[in-house]
Design a protein around this ligand. Structure first.
Ligand code: SF4
Length: 357
């Protein structure tokens, strides 16, 4: 039962049981839930800072052996529309990002069947040698694919990538970490494999983010199981630096024919707020303005989020599925100021790059 005492305990940073999370998401009025999440955010971030990052989403290749039904980005091996970027093309994109005041790249691609491992390691090395940038690269499904394609352990893959310059790992491909759902969506990397990559990364001291993509036919219990799996892993490792919930973008995807409607704003904000309440052990919660739009991004800052994410100088994955929101650094800063917070630029590992103004 949601009692006043329980609310006090949650605000004080106590871990809440899964059953209580179920009760909160199904019964608590939205305004009360947003207020609760906001109080937790205020306790964790009393300086009223809201962070954001200027970086570039760089997709080195769209060739993929998986056929996730929620994805509009991939092309099968052999497709005439498949591409692999050359190093020169990547350097050019990095230079554009740097000229716009960016600090790094979020580099991801499909699950390529036969690019040599040296394509990735040499690329990271070259990037680190040429530029002073943060490399936030390769989601767990890609790392899992590297291990399979090159016959290496996850640990060896990560050690080599880190030696080449990898700084942190994005939480992409988490979707919903319940295999019943993942099998239905034809996701190649299962939940255990995804969590294992993250656990090994954390043990090696590589920070990562965690995500949840929802709104593709899963139940409330599936979403709660997802949160619980992340929280348990975080209890063991402490390696998740942020949690980012975002929603399925249906356009141009096979799954979009079955689920053509986007998650309503209120439902998104309720899950954002619940994640702030649930993750007593994850410091940063990011609102996904990129899938929700800037107006929802603003509202999210009062529903538990302390981070407005990235300007995303380039985005190729969800924009293909219908999320076409754009923002400059100035727009993000204005939003944060107008909502009564202090904007501070960070890098992909949530390290602040400015002191508080
Ligand atoms: S989501 Fe990733 S793994 Fe799945 S098909 Fe798209 S590119 Fe491939």
């Amino acid at each position: 039962m949601i009692t006043e005492m329980l609310v006090e305990q949650v605000i004080d940073g106590e871990k809440i049981p899964l059953e209580l999370a179920h009760e909160i998401i199904t019964k608590m009025p939205s305004e009360q839930l947003y207020e609760l999440a906001d109080e937790i955010r205020a306790r964790l971030h009393p300086d009223r800072v809201v962070t954001y990052v200027v970086d570039r989403n760089l997709n080195y290749s769209n060739i993929c052996t998986s056929i996730c039904t929620f994805c509009a980005f991939y092309r099968k091996p052999g497709s005439a529309e498949g591409y692999v970027l050359s190093y020169e093309e990547i350097f050019k994109k990095v230079e554009e990002m740097l000229s716009l005041g960016g600090s790094g790249i979020l580099m991801q691609g499909g699950l390529h069947p036969d690019l040599p491992f040296s394509y990735y390691t040499d690329l990271l090395r070259e990037l680190k040698t040429r530029y002073n940038i943060h490399l936030h690269c390769f989601s767990p499904p890609e790392i899992n694919n590297f291990a399979k394609v090159y016959g290496m352990s996850i640990e060896s893959v990560l050690i080599e990538l880190r030696a080449a310059g990898l700084d942190s790992i994005p939480g992409g491909g988490g979707e919903i970490l319940v295999d019943e759902i993942r099998k239905r969506r034809r996701t190649e990397c299962n939940s255990q494999e995804w969590l294992h990559v993250m656990e090994v990364a954390h043990k090696l001291g590589i920070p990562t983010t965690a995500t949840m993509m929802f709104g593709m036919g899963e139940t409330i219990n599936h979403r709660l199981q997802h949160l619980e799996k992340l929280r348990r892993l975080q209890e063991r490792t402490g390696g998740f630096i942020a949690f980012i919930p975002w929603t399925f973008q249906p356009d141009n995807t096979p799954l979009g024919r079955k689920f053509p409607n986007r998650v309503p704003t209120e439902e998104y904000l309720r899950w954002l707020a619940l994640s702030r309440v649930y993750f007593h052990n994850i410091r940063n919660i990011q609102v996904s303005w990129l899938t929700q739009g800037l107006d929802v991004g603003r509202r999210g800052l009062h529903c538990g989020a302390n981070d407005l994410g990235s300007t995303m100088i380039e985005e190729n994955v969800i924009s293909k599925a219908g999320a076409n929101y754009k923002a400059t650094e100035e727009m993000l800063v204005d939003c944060i100021l107008q909502e009564g917070f202090i904007p501070v630029k960070r890098n992909a590992a949530y390290k602040r790059l400015q002191t508080n103004p």
